[in-house]
Design a protein around this ligand. Structure first.
Ligand code: KIV
Length: 274
């Protein structure tokens, strides 16, 4: 079989093999230019459905469509060469049946070229995950706080902060692993529970608000860069790009109004006649 790829991208089995090893580094990206930057440092790039909030100003991820995910997934694939690109399956594209999930995932994989998909839900999605994996779709699970369920859970609250609430979350993570997922995102879960799940299941856990006990970490890029106006408690800001972009835009506006931009170095002079 011939292959055209010049650089070998990480695959779902590569990530699966990292259980208990050097922590997996993951970030979200929705564009080619941020994908290019993130790709140099990350093992996994997630084209998250958080793009609904970050790019489109939506209140929740519920209105995000398959077309939105495919458009941005394709852009991220064009911008990256090394990381495993995982595309989130949006609400309504996979829950109705295993067949609906396969048709949606196959479209995402064919039209973006991504290496895996992510979907939310534990025990209730286990049968679907097994169906997808058996048919060639690598699946990253997502348990704990599942933002697509916002209308039934009522708020984006941390999960498992009382021991009596641990069992269903642990069962969800175990079900996803048993179904054949290659890794699982654990979102907004109390530290001891995240540590317990990470110690007990055989696939890498990727934490977001779930402590350093997980096998890897993921954050929304715009949150850690200081571009998001409000961020959850679990985000560490590694940059403050919001104020520096605002200052640059203000300087540009002032220059334009004062006719200080463009300067002589930015204009095209006439060609000199010989
Ligand atoms: O959509 C997203 O960005 C996610 C991460 C927060 C894990 O699902």
């Amino acid at each position: 079989m011939s292959t055209q790829a010049e650089t070998k991208r990480l695959t779902a089995p590569d990530i699966r093999a990292r259980k208990g090893g050097t922590p997996i580094v993951a970030l979200t990206s929705y564009h080619a230019h941020t994908a290019r930057i993130v790709d140099r440092h990350c093992d996994v790039i997630l084209v998250g459905d958080s793009l609904g909030m970050v790019m489109h100003g939506l209140e929740t991820t519920v209105p995000v469509t398959l077309e939105m995910m495919i458009l941005q997934g394709h852009a991220v694939m064009r911008g990256s060469r090394h990381a495993l690109v995982v595309v989130d399956m949006p609400f309504g594209s996979y829950e109705a049946s295993r067949e609906q999930a396969f048709a949606s995932c196959a479209r995402v994989m064919k039209e973006t070229g991504c290496g895996a998909v992510k979907l939310e839900g534990g025990r209730r999605m286990a049968e679907t995950i097994a169906f997808l994996v058996e048919r060639g779709v690598p699946v990253m699970g997502h348990v704990g706080l599942t933002p697509q369920a916002i209308n039934t859970i009522g708020s984006f609250r941390a999960q498992g902060r009382e021991e009596k609430d641990w069992a269903p979350i642990e069962d969800d993570a175990r079900a996803v692993a048993d179904a054949g997922a290659f890794s699982v995102v654990i979102e907004a879960v109390a530290e001891p529970l995240a540590a317990r799940i990470s110690a007990k299941i055989p696939i890498p856990t990727i934490g977001i608000g779930a402590s350093a006990a997980c096998d890897g970490q993921i954050l929304v890029l715009e949150d850690m860069l200081g571009l998001s106006p409000r961020v959850p408690k679990f985000v560490r800001r590694y940059g403050e790009l919001g104020p520096s972009i605002a200052a640059a835009v203000e300087a540009y506006a002032n220059d334009v109004r004062a006719r200080g931009f463009p300067g002589p170095e930015h204009v095209y002079p006439m060609k000199t006649k010989t």
